[in-house]
Write a protein that binds this ligand. Structure first.
Ligand code: ATP
Ligand code: MG
Length: 553
C-alpha cells in the first residue's frame, strides 16, 4: 500500500515498527461501563481492532472500571454484546482496570518514595484556586515539600479508611508553573468510601483516570494507546506516569478525532432523559444511534464497518451525515435481502373477471440481483391489496399507475386494466375494480404489448396483517439539535405506526433481526422486542432512495 493511502495512525505504527520502537502491535478498547456504546464508540472499536488485525497483533477489551460510582454490570453485558456483534473479536483478552488496583497502589508508593508524589490537604475549592489559569502559573501546595516518611504515613491513612472523602488527595509532584494545566501537580489518588462492583470494600482510595490509564495500558503490554483528541493535552502526563513508574517498552498514546453525526443525539444525559420521559422505548429505541439501537433498527456490522471506513481516521474534527450511514446499509442489503411484497397503506383491488374463490401460486425471484437467493411462490387471487397512492381517479400527466381505463402490470403476475372504483360517503376510495388479461401470466404480454406502470400487491385473502413502523430523525433538523434552554428539539413525527399493513404470507415465518426489502418501500427489519411467533413487527431501516452522494475520497 502506498504511504498516502495509509491513515496517519498506520503511518506512525509503520514508523515505530521500522525503527524498532516496538516489534509487535497491541491495541485496546477501554470503555467506562457507564452507559451504552454508540456509533462513535464503534469507530474506536473497529479502528483498534482493525489495526491489531492488520499488524497481526492483539486486541484487548478492557473495562475501565476505576470509578466506583458509575459502574453497572448491565452496561458491561451490553457493551460485550455490542463489541462482539461488531465483529471485534478479543478472543480471551477481556480485562478489567480494577484488577490492577494493587499495581496502581504500588506505583503510587514508588512515586512517593522517589519524591514524585505527596499528600495534599487542600479542599477542592482551594485546589482550583492554587491551580492558576491558562495565563497565570499555579501556586505550590503548602504541603508540597512534606517528607517522604510523612507522605507514606498519610497515604497509608488514606488507604486504611481513616480519612474522610475529600479531606486528602495524593498529588503528583510535577510543575505548578507548567503551561499545561494537566501537569500542575495533578491528583492521582482520591479518597472515596464506596463499594466497587468488583473489588467490593477492599479499597477506599481510587486512582484518577490520568494516572490509572497509562498503567492499565502498560500492564497489558499495549503498544499503541489510541484515544480521542481531548486527551492530547493529557499526553505529557500519560508519558510522565509511564516513565516515572519505570515501565519498560511503555505504550505510546496517539489521538484521533471523534466521530460525530450531524443532527443526532449521542450524549448519555440526553438519551437518559428521553428514556425517562418515555419518548423512546429504551436505550435501543430504533431512532437512537447506540449500537444496540442500530442493531435493532436493522443495521448490520458490515454496514457500520463500511461507514467507519468511509469516515476515515484523522486529526481534524468533522461530522458525518446520517445519510451516509443509510447509504452503507442500503449497499450492504441490496444483494443480501429478499425482496418481498408488502402493502403499507392498503386499499382493495378487485379483479372482476378472475374466478371467485380461486387462488393460484406465482413464482417470484427472491432478489433479481442475486439469483443464488432462489425464488418463492406467492398466492394470487381475485381480491388483492395495493397501495392507496397507486390509484388516482383523475391522474395528473405522467401518472402511469391505476386510473380508470389504464392498464398496468401487477408485479410478477398479470396485466390489469382499471375499470373504476367504489367510494364511501366521505369520498374515500374503498375498492378499486379492474379486469385482468389471463394471457399475461408472469407479467409479460404474449403480443408484445407494453405497459408503463408496474405496481406491487398482496392477496387480500392470503396476506397477513402486521405492524410496521416508519421513522424520521428524532430531532427536528430544521431547528438543530438543541433549544436555547438546552433541551432537545424533538421532531413530533419521528415515528409512524402502521397497525395493519398487509404482507405476503411468507413473512409470517420471519424471525427477530431478519431483514427484507419491501419492494418500493424500503428495507425493513423484524423488531426483536415486540414481535411474537407468527406475528412479526417490522421497523423500517431505510427507504430505497436518497439524494445522498458519496463524498469523493
Ligand atoms: P461518551 O461520553 O460519548 O459516551 P466517553 O468518551 O465517555 O464517550 P468511554 O467509555 O470513555 O466513553 O470511551 C471509550 C472509548 O471510546 C475511548 O477510547 C473514547 O476515546 C472512544 N470514543 C468515545 N466517543 C467517541 C467518538 N464519538 N468517536 C470515536 N471514539 C470515541
Ligand atoms: Mg468517558
Amino acid at each position: 500500500m502506498s504511504e498516502e493511502s495509509r491513515n496517519f495512525i498506520e503511518q506512525e505504527i509503520d514508523k515505530d515498527l521500522k525503527e524498532g520502537v516496538y516489534d509487535h502491535v497491541v491495541t485496546r478498547f477501554p470503555p467506562e461501563p457507564n452507559g451504552f456504546l454508540h456509533i462513535g464508540h464503534a469507530k474506536s472499536i473497529l479502528l483498534n481492532y482493525g489495526l491489531a488485525k492488520e499488524y497481526n497483533g492483539k486486541f484487548n477489551m478492557r473495562f475501565d472500571d476505576t470509578n466506583p460510582t458509575k459502574e453497572k454490570s448491565e452496561f458491561m453485558d451490553a457493551i460485550i454484546e455490542d463489541v462482539k456483534w461488531l465483529g471485534a473479536d478479543y478472543e480471551d483478552r477481556l480485562y478489567h482496570a480494577s484488577d490492577y488496583f494493587d499495581e496502581m497502589y504500588e506505583n503510587a508508593i514508588k512515586l512517593i518514595k522517589k519524591g514524585k508524589a505527596y499528600v495534599s490537604e487542600l479542599t477542592a475549592d482551594e485546589m482550583r484556586e492554587y491551580r492558576g489559569t491558562l495565563t497565570e502559573p499555579g501556586k505550590n501546595d503548602p504541603n508540597r515539600d512534606r517528607s517522604i516518611e510523612e507522605n507514606l504515613r498519610l497515604f497509608e491513612e488514606m488507604k486504611s479508611g481513616k480519612v474522610e472523602d475529600g479531606a486528602m488527595t495524593l498529588r503528583a509532584k510535577i510543575d505548578m508553573a507548567s503551561p499545561n494545566i494537566n501537569m500542575r501537580d495533578p491528583i492521582i489518588y482520591r479518597v472515596a468510601h464506596m463499594t466497587h462492583a468488583r473489588t467490593g470494600d477492599k479499597w477506599c482510595i481510587y486512582p484518577m483516570y490520568d494516572f490509572a490509564h497509562p498503567i492499565e495500558d502498560a500492564v497489558e503490554g499495549i503498544t499503541h494507546s489510541i484515544c480521542t483528541l481531548e486527551f492530547e493535552d493529557h499526553r505529557p502526563l500519560y508519558d510522565w506516569v509511564k516513565i516515572e513508574c519505570g515501565y519498560e517498552n511503555p505504550p505510546r498514546q496517539i489521538e484521533f478525532a471523534k466521530l460525530y453525526l450531524k443532527n443526532v443525539v449521542t450524549g448519555k444525559r440526553y438519551i437518559k432523559k428521553l428514556v425517562e420521559d418515555k419518548i423512546v422505548d429504551g436505550w435501543d429505541d430504533p431512532r437512537l444511534v447506540s449500537i444496540a439501537a442500530l442493531r435493532r433498527r436493522g443495521f448490520t456490522p458490515e454496514s457500520i464497518q463500511k461507514f467507519v471506513e468511509l469516515c476515515g481516521v484523522s486529526k481534524a474534527n468533522s461530522t458525518a451525515d446520517y445519510a451516509m450511514l443509510e447509504y452503507c446499509i442500503r449497499e450492504d442489503l441490496k444483494p443480501k435481502a429478499k425482496r418481498m411484497l408488502a402493502i403499507l397503506d392498503p386499499v382493495k383491488l378487485i379483479i372482476d373477471n378472475y374466478p371467485e374463490g380461486q387462488i393460484e401460486e406465482l413464482d417470484i425471484e427472491n432478489n433479481k440481483e442475486a439469483p443464488e437467493l432462489g425464488s418463492r411462490k406467492i398466492p394470487f387471487g381475485r381480491e388483492l391489496y395495493v397501495e392507496r397512492e397507486d390509484f388516482m381517479e383523475e391522474p395528473p400527466k405522467k401518472y402511469f399507475r391505476l386510473f380508470p381505463g389504464n392498464e398496468v402490470r401487477l408485479m410478477n403476475a398479470y396485466f390489469v386494466t382499471c375499470t373504476g372504483c367504489v367510494k364511501d360517503e366521505n369520498g374515500v376510495v374503498t375498492e378499486i375494480h379492474c379486469t385482468y388479461d389471463p394471457e399475461t401470466r408472469g407479467g409479460d404480454s404474449a403480443d408484445g404489448r407494453k405497459v408503463k406502470g408496474t405496481i406491487h400487491w398482496v392477496s387480500a385473502t392470503e396476506c397477513i396483517d402486521a405492524e410496521v413502523r416508519l421513522y424520521e430523525n428524532i430531532i427536528d433538523e430544521e431547528k438543530g439539535v438543541y433549544n436555547e434552554d438546552g433541551s432537545l428539539n424533538l421532531n413530533p413525527n419521528s415515528i409512524t405506526v402502521i397497525k395493519n399493513a398487509k404482507l405476503e404470507p411468507e413473512l409470517a415465518k420471519s424471525e427477530a433481526y431478519e431483514k427484507f426489502q419491501f419492494v418500493r418501500n424500503g428495507y425493513f427489519c423484524v423488531d426483536y422486542k415486540d414481535s411474537t411467533p407468527g406475528k412479526p413487527v417490522f421497523n423500517r431501516i431505510v427507504s430505497l432512495k436518497s439524494s445522498f452522494v458519496l463524498p469523493k475520497a
